[in-house]
Design a protein around this ligand. Structure first.
Ligand code: G3P
Ligand code: MG
Length: 258
């Protein structure tokens, strides 16, 4: 089924997304990747969010950064081993602080609803469990292409090329970005091979010459995770398209320039 309405054209020269993107919702003020985190980011004026998405054992896309449940929930072991009805009853808030006790893991579908209601943009990082890269990309992109509903399409990103390949198969109309730590020789070629519109790089590795190379290939450039004022200024001066931050209470998301 095609999307309800055609998505806006997105590329490096038509970049409609907000410059500032709240990482994992607002993953410091509230438990990362939970609804509480997206609400906190929204309350601080953020209108675009990054989130980490993977599949449950029964194929439901949901938000979790780690392969295992231990750090951010009261569950144990591999998240991919549990079905969504088992995952959805875990506590994903108490590890952060007592006031978030009872906060649940969030399905991607519930986050899509939140973004629709609040008119927010989304960067979905595909975080597949090992061995599920293609399938995660395919299922998540297919779901988003069908259910997103807004004009501004979600931006799909991943460190895993195979996940981007799956995303291209499942939701070809959605824009994709290759995530990297530091630039490596083949990264621009890999991004172009997957018809990506952007690269998302570790902020400390973004040099003026790398910006030039990315620009020359017609790609947009975003960076993560920018939590320092001097570094934000440097990256804004370099003309980056997006800055992903944990520090939603440090930066004014309306700020465009250095
Ligand atoms: O998407 C940017 C950033 O989230 C990638 O690293 O480990 O925080 O998911 P990580
Ligand atoms: Mg992430």
């Amino acid at each position: 089924m095609p999307p309800a309405q055609p998505f806006a054209v997105v590329d490096a020269t038509h970049w409609p997304y907000p410059r500032w993107i709240a990482h994992r919702g607002a993953g410091r003020l509230a438990p990362e990747n939970t609804l509480a985190a997206f609400r906190a980011g929204h309350a601080h004026g953020y209108r675009m969010f990054e989130c980490d998405v993977r599949l449950s054992a029964d194929g439901v896309p949901f938000l979790l950064h780690d392969d295992v449940l231990d750090r951010t929930t009261d569950g144990r072991g591999e998240a991919a081993a549990l079905a969504w009805d088992e995952l959805s009853v875990l506590d994903a808030g108490a590890w952060h602080s007592a006031k978030f006790r009872g906060e649940r893991l969030l399905s991607l579908q519930a986050l899509v609803r939140f973004c629709q209601i609040e008119d927010c943009a989304l960067n979905v990082e595909l975080k597949p469990a090992p061995g599920t890269e293609y399938e995660t990309g395919r299922i998540v992109a297919r779901m988003l292409e069908r259910e997103w509903g807004g004009r501004l399409p979600p931006l799909l990103s991943s460190f895993r090329v195979e996940a981007l390949r799956g995303a291209c198969a499942g939701g070809p109309s959605l824009p994709r970005a290759l995530l990297i730590g530091s630039p490596f020789p083949d990264c621009l070629r890999l991004a172009k091979e997957q018809a990506c519109i952007a690269l998302v790089a570790g902020h400390e590795h973004v040099s003026p010459s790398f910006v030039q190379q990315v620009r020359a290939e017609g790609l947009a450039l975003l960076s993560y995770t920018v939590n320092d004022e001097a570094e934000a200024r440097r990256l804004l001066q370099l003309g980056l398209h997006g800055l992903i931050t944990d520090c939603v209470n440090c930066f004014d998301p309306g700020r465009q320039a250095a």
